[in-house]
Design a protein around this ligand. Structure first.
Ligand code: PMP
Length: 398
């Protein structure tokens, strides 16, 4: 009989030749357990998703209750679904005016696509600006925005009219013009290895968009929902975008994302043509119930308030000669090593020792650290000690 791993390799589409290939049978809190019962600390939250840890009782209960009522009733936008309405009300109440209208999608990349569409319609323009090393998703509009040639060159032709400018570089803002429909930007460039821009720069981007009548889109798919030490990073920087993208941890572990804008901007998809953006499953009742439960816990327990201290603790305990530098914004961290081969080896030793970590799409010498926000001090100290041991083994005890 073929092993589960063989069946996985044979029948499930592979995205690389080297999948991590862990087989998890259950997960709880910050821990994942494989088939043999081995325990792993999850230091990456399924890439920035499981912010409350795994199987948080409030999320499990919300999903179970909703599953017993209904799951799917009708395509998006037709029926009044209480979980959707409650979530839209809750999330917009957490956001500054005028971000008051939510369109729910299944994934982050669809939120990007929807935002591109409303920006085109609202401004009557077709050009976009994004940044080198930016990531906004893998579908073809989002791929056009992506700021890395390797990942997109074999998928051309992509959308015309997209220009990539340098992140955190004031001189390049002159490329934002009266032809630009929207600027898409992450508030921290995640896949580039956690690059944190200056607040003054973000304010300058806003000012340039105002000058040119360009919509500003903040992609908080990784930075949102408590990860950086505030509910949303836009609060910390004091800049309000025209469109906000949320995803990943937003769904509390289920597939949900959204784009949020003021009613006037969102209104363009209602007519000419009617049904300007359609999804069958976006805003699914189960996903919205999970998202609402998750946001409530984050807000009510102010889980973001301990994030900065927890990040500090990581920094204190991640001192090792092989570490060149660490960048972070709250619990989004990149630990810089010298090269990919060493990092890969360190990640493998960490796995053997019961710790799951990863690298970044455009920074393959950087170890990704983005644990569930509920990680305890002891778990942080234990994680760092495993990483240091792995570094000792890979680099030799120096
Ligand atoms: N934006 C950012 C900043 C992301 O990190 C991601 C996912 N890595 C996306 C968009 C796309 O989200 P999804 O994978 O859900 O399509």
């Amino acid at each position: 009989m073929l092993s589960q791993r063989s069946l996985f390799l044979q029948h499930v589409a592979q995205t690389s030749n080297s999948p991590m290939g862990l087989e998890i049978s259950r997960a709880e809190g910050v821990y994942l357990y494989d088939n043999a019962g081995k325990r792993y600390i999850d230091l990456i939250s399924g890439i920035n998703v499981s912010s409350l840890g795994h199987c948080h009782p409030s999320i499990v209960e919300a999903v179970q209750q909703q599953a017993a009522l209904y799951m799917h009733t009708m395509v998006y936008g037709e029926f009044i679904q209480t979980p959707q309405v409650e979530l839209a009300k809750y999330v917009t109440a957490l956001l500054p005016e005028p971000l008051n209208t939510v369109y729910f999608t299944n994934s982050g990349t669809e939120a990007t696509e929807g935002a591109m569409k409303i920006a085109k319609r609202f401004t009557g323009r077709t050009d976009f600006i994004s940044f080198t090393h930016s990531y906004h998703g893998s579908t073809q509009g989002a791929l056009s925005l992506l700021g890395d040639e390797y990942f997109k060159s074999n998928y051309r032709p992509l959308l015309p009219g997209v220009r990539h400018i340098r992140y955190n570089t004031l001189e390049d803002l002159s490329h934002i013009s009266s032809n630009t429909a929207a600027v898409f930007m992450e508030l921290v460039q995640a896949e580039a290895g956690v690059i944190v821009p200056d607040d003054a720069y973000l304010k300058a981007v806003r000012a340039r968009c105002n000058e040119t009548g360009t919509l500003l889109v903040f992609d908080e798919i990784q930075t949102g929902c408590g990860r950086t030490g505030a509910m949303f990073r836009l609060e910390t920087v004091g800049v309000v975008p025209d469109i906000l993208l949320l995803g990943k941890s937003f769904g509390g572990g289920l597939p949900l994302a959204c784009f949020i804008a003021r009613k006037e901007v969102m209104g363009v998809i209602q007519q000419n043509p009617v049904l300007g953006h359609i999804t069958t499953f976006g805003g699914n009742a189960l996903c919205c119930s999970a998202a609402l439960a998750s946001l409530r816990v984050i807000k009510e327990q102010q889980l973001y308030s301990a994030v900065v201290e927890k990040a500090k603790l990581f920094r204190e305990h991640l001192q090792h000669p092989a570490i060149h530098k660490i960048t972070n914004c709250g619990l989004m961290m990149a630990v810089y090593l010298d090269n990919f081969n060493h990092l890969k080896a360190v990640i493998e030793v960490c796995l053997e020792k019961g710790l799951v970590t990863d690298w970044f799409l455009f920074a393959d010498n950087c170890m990704r650290i983005a644990p569930p926000l509920i990680i305890s001090e002891d778990q942080i100290i234990e994680s760092c000690s495993i990483i240091r041991e792995a570094l000792d083994i890979v680099y030799g005890n120096r």
